[in-house]
Design a protein around this ligand. Sequence first.
Ligand code: NDP
Length: 483
Amino acid sequence: MEMPVSFDYAPAPESRAVVSIKPKYGHFIAGKFVAGSKHFPTINPATEEVLSQIALAGKAEVDAAVKAARKAYTTTWSKMSGKERGKYLFRIARIMQERAREFAVLETLDNGKPIRESRDVDVPLAAAHFFYHAGWADKLEFAGLGTSTKPHGVAGQIIPWNFPLLMLAWKVAPALAAGNTVVLKPAESTSLTALLFAEVCQQAELPAGVVNIVTGDGSTGALIVNHPGIDKIAFTGSTEVGKIIARAVASTHKSVTLELGGKAANIIFEDAAIDEAVEGIVNGIFFNQGHVCCAGSRLILQESVADEVLEKLKARMAKIRVGDPMDKNTDVGAINSKEQLTKIIELSASGEAEGAQRWSAPCDLPNKGFWFAPTIFTGVTQAHRIAREEIFGPVLSVLTFRTPQEAIDKANNTPFGLSAGVWSEKGSRILWATQQLRAGVIWANTFNKFDPTSPFGGYKESGWGREGGRHGLSAYLKGVGHE
Ligand code: NDP
């Protein structure tokens, strides 16, 4: 008898044995874990399993963390040479590499992103940020930022849930390299890798109080923002909260950087290499479930190639593997929270109600957890909500153009200006387009490429200041950053 041939992938689950999750966590203050008073659960969004109980910091805990950071700043960190600070950063980077698998598994369990991404993108890039900034610690006077630069003092840092460990690295590494101490708050749905990072600080024998981590919700974030003992605020998250923070620090001595939302245009000219562009479109919007501030969420297609691109894009999307984030073959994992899923569903419904055509990749979604199939909308106009608002999910809005100028006008018709992509075989067209686009980061014939040496940040409602590279370093030094 002839056996039917199956080309299905066999399951390839990563083991979770490498991590040990405690039933309950406290805060990391002055080099020690201290018990919290109130707690809330953190769940695995792929299964809805409660992973642990996370402490909710109130005024007393935030005060203690700021006090510890101030003490460490005045007694130790500001007195230490850059060369010595650099050694700690190198040590942290190496320990993160040694414990990379543990970080990747924990990130995937708590966040829902595929293990392939946490293992190959988030964790290596987080370590790379510490390596890169370790190199700057003893060379600050050669960074072109002045010869007698000074740190701000205590930095308050508030990060989101889409790249929990990576956003921590983007914030902590330059702060420490420049000589600041830190009070950091992770997002309430993704605190576990920050708490594992606290263990790394202990393992690296980082002086007590240089890094303090308080967990909690928006109220904890607000306590940090409004604390008089904080000298600099660094925030990544929604434009809405970014505006609240900007107002709160406006009349204070605090320096601030804000990394906010985006609605990036990914422009495909008719002379682009179409197969490569299709890969770039998929990477641009479906990487990390589309929970990416710089995601290429508006596809701007030249009309002459629109049918061809859309046909190839749908064929490619039908092959995206959605499901168990712990499976090494998975491309798209779970939506990070029920709230985020509700927002994606609501905005997608508005797309249909306003007249756009919806197409979702055929896939079997798990029964438990929070899921959304990779989706595109065609027939989108610039007035539609799905063309204007950040969906922050695996949903692509497709618009078309006839002339290059029309592409630029559509791309720039947004309150945001974080990133953009341009696809063309012509160098002159790429240079022309990138000069017209009002976006902080522009990729040509690629998308979503990140490197610690490269500054990242936006125009307009996408934020203030830059992170990464020399520009990002300047934000942690007095007088040279965005004050
Ligand atoms: P938020 O901006 O609310 O969260 C970002 C961080 O700020 C979290 O740590 C949050 O705490 C904290 N926070 C919330 N309120 C305050 C406050 N008043 N003062 C200080 N800190 C505060 O984003 P959400 O998680 O609510 O996501 C909402 C939308 O924001 C998403 O749908 C997406 O569109 C966008 N977003 C954009 C991101 C980006 O990288 N540009 C990242 C995340 C979200 P906690 O989460 O613990 O409540």
